[in-house]
Design a protein around this ligand. Structure first.
Ligand SMILES: Nc1ncnc2c1ncn2[C@@H]1O[C@H](COP(=O)(O)OP(=O)(O)OP(=O)(O)O)[C@@H](O)[C@H]1O
Length: 573
């Protein structure tokens, strides 16, 4: 281990809560494996490893990691805090999750950049309540591992999750007073490549690195072989690539049609396709966690096509496993009305000649082709190119400097806050704290401090009381107020609008679209359309979503002061 890894190892094995970060390839997963071995087998501790995604969990092989969602029972985040506490404590379907929470001593959470503040807070509240404790996380030692310059959490408007980083929960810095950054990159040894990944992660790329990346646009020797992995930013591009590859594959095409019920709007959002075409020998990826071994993201090859099922040979860490995959039920659930909005029965598979960058986070890939087109998220290209081991096995196509995005300022601020803090042997520095906290305190904190905007502290009864005694029921007026507010921001923020003339025109069009669009007519589609059309304003629009929420609030009938999850869904879905 290098010096930083040793320091992190020492702190974690002495029982401290700890954040371990570091650029792609600095050995975070490597360190966790060492930690788990030592803590389980030398210290005899009950250690659980959980990850934000099933595919990240597979990197731990026999150490048996699983997703945080499954381990804790929070599933896909559909439950309110009080419900999930009730289920885990009393419902026998949640016995395993209850046992996990009651018995664990150390919880290691990897790939935490993709865990939202809402889910993180919910797990914290759940652990505290299930262990009948007043301590954060019920006094479980938590080691949080991840690179927050990589991909951020995915939002889920239906479940009231705006997708904010887990470090925005208000109790974060008290609970994690020790934070360490690993600095030595072990995955690659080419200095130009290391520098380039670093700059891509941060979103500030030098001319040298641009030239370097452009020089990598040449065919790889073994690009045509199946062991070469193609990465794209969007599922759509993955699908097009897969379709073309599928056409060129020999053999008969079997088409598996789904059985659908419910809203077309939600059906169209399922990853499981309506018609899944498969051929013998085509590469596929699981898109659902079937058990601890067959997890979402696992790749394999089709070996037999049956009428309603297929046989797939999966490649695990060092072995292969052939399994019959039958159709599964996919649902979208309304957590307030408690109804299923859409249901699809389909094979939990997707053709995978290529995969999205999201699915690749955490992987090490020897032969890699990255298509940079349509990359819009901060850190996305850093994640993609950071998978490569060497420049000999890396091809980069469609790279342009304008595709590099900067992370929001709160990510940089978070890293500025990195320090080892006060280390006390009796753990009074991080674990044995007398922290006054309530399950919904994050909401109050949010009100107090807009910079530390958490959004994730899920209110325990999902109802936020707003003390607006006078509610403006006239939509147009409040809308105009907010538009003026937007204009003011734009008038002063040079950084957001470096090119004011071009932006002005785009902005006027956007604002016109906004004023012409009834809020209740699907604000999400509207914001998506804006993001696609005006990527330049991407971050700005995210910030405007909260302003739009305010506009929605102002539209409530007079006397209405409760803004519940249901109201939120009515306005924003
Ligand atoms: N101290 C070390 N000595 C030698 N090799 C190391 C060391 N630390 C990590 N490695 C190797 O470097 C490679 C990258 O490590 P690892 O996957 O743990 O990085 P990571 O920080 O988790 O990356 P990512 O953020 O992309 O998931 C692996 O092949 C790992 O075995």
């Amino acid at each position: 281990m290098d010096e930083d890894q040793k320091l992190a190892f020492e702190l974690a094995t002495s029982g401290h809560n700890l954040v371990i970060s570091g650029q792609a390839g600095t050995g975070k997963t490597f360190l966790v494996k060492k930690l788990v071995h030592y803590m389980r087998f030398k210290q005899g501790k009950n250690v659980s490893i959980v990850c934000s995604t099933g595919i990240a969990a597979t990197h731990y092989g026999d150490l048996r990691a699983q997703t945080l969602h499954k381990w804790s029972g929070v599933e896909d985040g559909r439950h309110l805090n009080e419900e999930i506490i009730h289920f885990v404590k009393r419902d026998e379907r949640f016995t395993v999750a209850k046992h996990n929470i009651e018995t664990v001593e150390t919880l290691i959470i990897d790939e935490s950049s993709m865990i939202s503040a809402k889910i993180f807070n919910q797990v914290q509240v759940l652990c505290k309540n299930t262990r009948n404790s007043t301590d954060l996380f019920g006094n479980i030692q938590v080691v949080l591992v991840g690179d927050f310059f990589q991909l951020p959490p995915v939002s889920n408007e239906l479940y009231g999750d705006p997708g904010k980083h887990c470090f925005t929960v208000p109790w974060f810095h008290t609970f994690f007073s020790h934070k360490i950054n690993l600095n030595i990159i072990h995955r690659q040894d080419d200095q130009s490549l290391i520098k380039c990944i670093n700059e891509l992660e941060i979103g500030d790329i030098s001319d040298d690195s641009v030239a370097f990346l452009k020089s990598l646009d040449r065919p790889l020797q073994n690009e045509r072989l199946s062991k070469c992995v193609h990465l794209f930013a969007r599922n759509y591009d993955v699908d097009v690539f897969n379709y073309n590859k599928m056409q060129s594959l020999q053999g008969d095409l079997n088409v598996y049609a789904s059985q659908d019920e419910g809203s077309q709007h939600y059906l169209s959002k399922f990853l499981a396709p309506k018609n899944l075409g498969l051929k013998l020998g085509c590469p596929v990826m699981l898109i659902k966690n079937l058990n601890d071994i067959l997890v979402n993201g696992l790749c394999g090859t089709v070996t037999k096509l049956n009428t309603d099922s297929v046989e797939v040979k999966f490649t695990l860490e060092h072995k292969t496993l052939t399994v019959t995959i039958a159709k599964e039920v996919f649902t979208t659930f309304d957590p307030v009305e408690k109804i299923v909005l859409a249901k699809r029965v389909q094979l939990p598979l997707k053709v995978e000649f290529a995969i999205t960058i999201h699915k690749a986070q955490g992987m090490t890939i020897e032969n890699l082709v990255v298509d940079c087109n349509n990359s819009i998220q901060p850190g996305q290209l850093g994640v993609a190119i950071g998978r490569a081991v060497s420049i000999q096995g890396l091809r980069v196509i469609n790279f342009r400097k304008s595709l590099c995005r900067k992370h929001p300022v709160n990510v940089f601020n978070f890293y500025d806050s990195f320090s080892l803090g006060n280390i006390r042997n009796d753990l009074t520095c991080c674990r044995k704290l007398n922290v006054e906290t309530s399950d919904n305190e994050s909401k109050h904190d949010d009100d107090d401090d807009n910079d530390n905007d958490d959004g994730g502290g899920d209110d325990s009864d999902s109802t936020v009381i707003f003390d607006r005694l006078e509610v403006d029921s006239d939509f147009s007026e409040s809308e105009i107020d907010n538009l003026e507010f937007i204009e003011n921001i734009l008038g002063t923020d040079q950084e957001l609008l470096p090119d004011k003339s071009g932006s002005r025109l785009a902005l006027d069009t956007v604002l016109k679209t906004f004023t012409d669009t009834p809020v209740e007519a699907n604000i999400l589609v509207f914001s998506d359309a804006i993001s696609i059309n005006y990527q330049y304003f991407h971050y700005w629009f995210q910030a405007q979503c909260s302003i739009m929420e305010d506009i929605g609030l102002n539209c409530f009938p007079e006397g209405e002061v409760k803004f519940s999850q249901k109201h939120r869904n009515d306005y924003f879905i």
